[in-house]
Design a protein around this ligand. Structure first.
Ligand code: FES
Length: 69
């Protein structure tokens, strides 16, 4: 699995649409082939990114975390 940290933006995980996952004890089903999680703290739809990072001056470096099985 690869987790991408977008420069000045969210944490993004590519997963097949329809994937089920549990986050903070709540189950979700992905409606698109990627999961974007807020890391700026300004999203109105936490824990997901809603694009608010673009307007709040959030700065963070890009990066990639690769997890092996
Ligand atoms: S990273 Fe996008 S809204 Fe927070």
């Amino acid at each position: 699995m690869k987790i991408r940290f977008r420069e000045d933006g969210p944490l993004v995980i590519d997963l097949p649409a329809g994937s089920r996952f549990v986050l903070d004890g709540r189950e979700y089903v992905l409606d698109r082939p990627k999961l974007a999680l807020c890391r700026c703290g300004r999203s109105q739809n936490k824990p997901f990114c809603d694009g608010s990072h673009k307007n709040c001056g959030f700065k963070a470096p890009a990066g990639v975390l690769e997890l092996e099985d």
